[in-house]
Design a protein around this ligand. Structure first.
Ligand code: FMN
Length: 191
């Protein structure tokens, strides 16, 4: 089982990056493999171009990770009340999975994390992220974790959200296992 984490910003002290790392640590603790696509890669992606098939090595790495993922966790920093342009651009690369047998994020549980300096932006960002995941045919997991960094003087603000971040991770791992077991049962049915 491979869970791919996508998120973070260009900020070297990125809270959305820290939140994603914490969630992926929990995924590993629950026995799955992880691959993180962080701001260091996302910031180098050209604007997604649906016309030209040219892809940079970073873009190919992102698309390969999305293609191989059994589940995904996305951590979005809130920029002006929504997901950042950098993250949206990265998710637009899922268009390269459109012709796959498993198109886009079909059948994949996707955990959502939203990080902002206020609850209003965080909630809106979480909702937007789930709309994007739905559009990509992914399965947003029930619990979405919000990280409010407004009261953070030092650190990233994820300290108070550890339980929620672990819950997001646990639900993604649980659902991947549930989907796999369901597929096995269905394939063994003699109908
Ligand atoms: C361009 C920009 C726009 C932002 N817009 C909002 C906003 O509308 N509401 C809010 O609560 N925080 C906003 N923030 C604050 C970020 O959501 C917050 O600092 C978050 O921790 C950034 O993620 P990072 O720590 O991973 O870089 C904004 C920050 C930036 C840089």
């Amino acid at each position: 089982m491979l869970i791919v984490g996508i998120g973070g910003t260009t900020n070297p002290n990125s809270s959305s990056d820290a939140a994603l790392r914490l969630a992926l640590d929990e995924v590993e603790a629950q026995g799955a493999q992880v691959r993180m696509i962080s701001g260091d890669l996302l910031k180098n992606l050209p604007m997604y171009d649906p016309v030209s098939p040219e892809r940079t090595p970073d873009a190919l790495a992102l698309v390969a990770a999305m293609r191989e993922a059994s589940g995904i966790i996305i951590s979005a920093a809130s920029y002006h009340g929504s997901i950042s342009g950098m993250l949206k651009n990265a998710l637009d690369y899922a268009e390269d999975l459109a012709q796959d047998e498993r198109a886009y994020f079909s059948g994949i549980p996707v955990g959502s994390i939203a990080v902002a300096k206020g609850y209003q932006a965080a909630v809106n960002t979480l909702a937007t992220l789930r709309i994007v995941v739905h559009s990509l045919r992914g399965w947003p997991t029930p619990y979405g974790c919000i990280v409010n960094t407004s009261s953070t003087e030092n650190g990233t603000g994820v300290e108070g959200a550890q339980e929620g971040l672990r819950l997001v991770a646990g639900e993604v791992v649980h659902l991947v296992r549930a989907f796999e077991s369901h597929a096995t049962i269905v394939s063994n049915l003699d109908v």
